[in-house]
Design a protein around this ligand. Structure first.
Ligand code: CTP
Ligand code: MG
Length: 240
């Protein structure tokens, strides 16, 4: 069995840009979100280094915007060797397209694929290892956390239904799948014109069982300027 991780970094970070614009920042000069530094290292590099700590993962494939391929390779060259790191590949317009582009780049011996958002730079390596081990046994698994807010289903500005909080989980990454299942799930989503923000939801549409592994809530996605400031504060004083 061979495990490859796609580290997705090809998004633009529109919500982060908008949140910086609303506080008067120079949002037009910003690199894509995953290329922003937090405590001296970009979100993407931090995510790659955390994934490299998980021994179950054999290769790491960064998925970056096409225009950033060369700059990324130059930046990682300065990092020194990172275990399992492969050349970056160009992502697509939507997250699902970036996953598909990453899958295309994998060689035939890969049996399982780990999908991770570069925008989650604080993922604990131990959580990565746990979710990979479960997926190696069961075929599909994701990290998730209990939700702390009550979640309502709405219809316009009307409350429709309030599912019991105990039965809800917020999806994190990594999400780990048999590579043939993820390929089939993406093909089926395309055929059914389903655009998901979550790969586990697409794999579950195949009718296979997807295991939910409790993850540490520190593995938060950096979406807005407030999240970036939070990550900066968490990393203050941590050895990098
Ligand atoms: N991503 C990607 N390719 C895309 C869109 C997103 O690789 N076409 C990646 C992002 O780089 C990010 C992860 O998927 O690491 C999760 O996406 P999200 O947090 O939504 O990031 P962005 O799409 O960049 O942000 P926004 O939605 O605010 O534009
Ligand atoms: Mg997005």
């Amino acid at each position: 069995m061979s495990v490859a991780a796609l580290v997705l970094a090809a998004g633009r970070g529109e919500r982060l840009r908008r949140s910086l614009a609303s506080t008067g920042g120079a949002e037009n000069d910003l690199p894509p979100k995953a290329f922003l530094p937090v405590a001296g290292r970009t979100l993407l590099v931090r995510s790659l280094l955390r994934m490299a700590e998980a021994e179950e993962i054999d290769q790491l494939v960064p998925v970056v915007p096409e225009a950033w391929l060369a700059r990324f390779e130059a930046a990682v060259a300065e990092l020194g060797p990172v275990r399992g790191l492969r050349p970056a590949v160009a992502g697509g317009a939507e997250r699902q397209d970036s996953v598909a582009a990453g899958l295309e780049a994998l060689s035939g011996e890969v049996s399982h694929v780990v999908v991770h958002d570069a925008a989650r730079p604080l993922v604990p390596a131990e959580d990565v290892r746990r979710v990979v081990r479960v997926a190696l046994e069961c075929g599909a698994a994701l990290l998730a956390t209990p939700v702390t807010d009550t979640i309502h289903q709405i219809d316009g500005d009307r409350l429709r239904e309030t599912p019991a909080r105990a039965g809800l989980r917020a999806a994190l990454t990594p999400q780990v799948f048999r590579v043939d299942w993820l390929r089939e799930a993406l093909a089926k989503a395309r055929a059914d014109a389903v655009h998901g923000t979550d790969d586990a939801a697409l794999v579950a549409r195949l009718g296979v069982e997807v295991r939910v592994v409790e993850g540490d809530p520190i593995n938060r996605k950096i979406t807005t300027a407030a999240d970036l400031a939070w990550a900066e504060a968490v990393l203050q004083g941590e050895p990098s």
